[in-house]
Write a protein that binds this ligand. Structure first.
Ligand code: HEM
Length: 473
């Protein structure tokens, strides 16, 4: 198989036929409303994009995306969808796209949710504040590396002990909230250097405070699976105001302000005010880290706990025979199958499925077979769940193949693994918008898998609960 050129979306534009971007936005109000109902209700996101891709015989087309009519009159739902690896990679080219205020599309949750400031994730690389926040975030990760592994393992063990206790009394142990509690404690300790146990209210309910804060910001853009048309009427027609979660947010703000002084101080050294440092830190903790892992880890656990016995056998063998007696950053270099299983989970279920970018200028956008004219100001929207199933790049794209990213051919495929808003072979920097934690996220996930298979001989369960955790003999 010859793979397309890596992140060089504008390569050889003249050789491709120029095609008008297919699709339309429909009648004003009615088009966006009908697309919204398809997206949330009649088709759901995967089919929404798939049916249009098939209808237009193109991986690049025009459509609308929610939120829209009636109470989002100031939101423009018109997008150009990008559904293959090549067209999607234009979103990484900062000369072509502006990332200002497009984290979740044209809709921007109220800045009241982030202390009335625009946090770094909403800033474009051309904004001075973006580089301050990005440096701050990368410095936090660097500083936390000395305690990352020990805190991860000790908090993971507390979580697993609790699961075992539940399983000793019941046939299954639901892990979603205990997992979030573990993530909350671990992330606050390593990233903010603030131990939640210092404040019983935060230790007990910090994770649900974050859940409520996240939900209110994202509800207009996500499908939660409640009964229709109630979901459309109650959850997707207007934004919920910040005051409903202001108590939660202020509790978390005060906790970080009081106990995270060392980390806040480093933000001030990068040129942020104290207030900006705290709100950005809280966003990284709550939205990026807690939110990201809360979506990603259940998918990973599902793949592991549902894996056929021979895969579990291979993972267990690797976890025990490789990497030395104590797990650490270096251990994972030798655990090829575990790393590949983590990458494959991120490919099949990218935790942040939508990425956006606004055309900075008129330019020519390429898919594999055509070239399209994009006008300055148009909003590009990549739907990663389909992009990561691009059959030009990935063999049997709909199959979970845990060994996909092993060996030389597998390493080459990392150029096309895009979960972090950039290739897995790329480097986050102040000049791009790639996730600051690109490496530590996969490292953490691999470490969790390795630890699980050192602690257990066999695991059974799904995306929300364990039924068997058989201790290592
Ligand atoms: C599973 C966990 C995570 C996932 C899935 C994830 C995913 C992402 C994605 C997709 C973006 C790009 C968003 C966009 O602009 O379209 C992003 C950006 C970012 N992420 Fe992560 N992330 C995770 C964990 C973390 C962690 C632990 C941190 C810790 C500091 C972090 C910090 C950031 C920052 C600072 C940005 C903004 C980059 C910039 O503005 O240039 N993320 N993340």
């Amino acid at each position: 198989m010859s793979l397309p050129p890596v992140i060089s979306p504008t390569a050889r534009p003249t050789e491709l036929p120029i095609r008008q971007i297919p699709g339309s936005y429909g009648w004003p109000l009615l088009g966006p409303l009908s697309d919204r109902l398809d997206y949330f209700w009649f088709q759901k996101p995967d089919n929404f994009f798939k049916t249009r891709m098939e209808k237009y015989k193109s991986t690049v087309f025009r459509t609308n995306i929610p939120p829209s009519f009636p109470f989002f009159m100031n939101v423009n739902p018109n997008i150009i969808a990008l559904l293959d690896c090549k067209s999607f990679s234009h979103l990484f080219d900062m000369d072509l796209v502006d990332k200002k205020d497009v984290l979740v599309g044209d809709f921007v949750p109220s800045v009241a949710f982030t202390g009335n400031i625009r946090v770094g994730v909403y800033q474009d690389v051309s904004e001075l504040q973006h580089s301050k926040v990005k440096k701050f975030s990368m410095n936090i990760l660097k500083q936390s590396s000395s305690i990352w592994v020990s805190e991860l393992i000790s908090n993971l063990d507390i979580f697993l002990d609790e699961m075992e206790t539940t399983l000793s009394k019941n046939s299954s142990a639901s892990y979603l909230f205990p997992l979030q509690k573990f993530l909350f404690t671990f992330l606050f300790k390593v990233l903010a250097r603030a131990d939640p146990s210092l404040d019983p209210k935060i230790a007990e309910s910090g994770y649900s405070m974050l859940n409520r804060w996240l939900a209110l910001q994202l509800l207009p853009t996500v499908s939660v699976g409640t009964i229709q048309p109630l979901e459309e009427i109650l959850l997707h027609s207007f934004s919920y105001p910040f005051f409903l979660v202001s108590g939660d947010y202020n509790n978390l703000y005060n906790f970080v302000k009081q106990h995270g002084k060392e980390v806040i101080g480093s933000g001030i050294e990068f040129g942020l005010s104290e207030d900006e440092a705290i709100h950005n830190l809280l966003f990284m903790l709550g939205f990026n880290s807690f939110g990201g892992f809360s979506v990603f880890l259940p998918n990973l656990l599902d793949n592991i706990a549902n894996a056929p016995k021979d895969l579990q056998h291979k993972l267990r063998k690797e976890a025990r025979e490789k990497g030395g007696s104590t797990l650490g950053f270096d251990s994972l270099k030798e655990m090829e199958l575990i790393n590949s299983t983590v990458y494959e989970t991120l490919r099949m279920n990218p935790p942040v499925p939508l990425q956006f970018g606004r055309a900075r200028k008129d330019f020519r956008l390429n898919s594999y077979d055509s070239s399209f004219n994009v006008k300055k100001g148009e909003l590009l929207c990549g739907y990663q769940k389909l992009v990561m199933r691009d059959s030009v790049v990935f063999d049997e794209p709909d199959r979970f193949k845990p060994e996909r990213f092993t060996e030389e051919k597998g390493a080459e495929l990392l150029n096309y693994l895009y979960w972090s808003n950039g290739p897995q072979t790329g480097s986050p920097s102040v000049s791009n918008k790639q996730c600051a934690a690109k490496d530590i996220v996969t490292f953490t996930a691999s470490l969790i898998v390795a630890h699980l298979f050192r602690r257990y001989d066999f695991i059974k369960g799904d995306g929300s609960s364990f039924t068997i955790l058989r201790k290592a003999t």
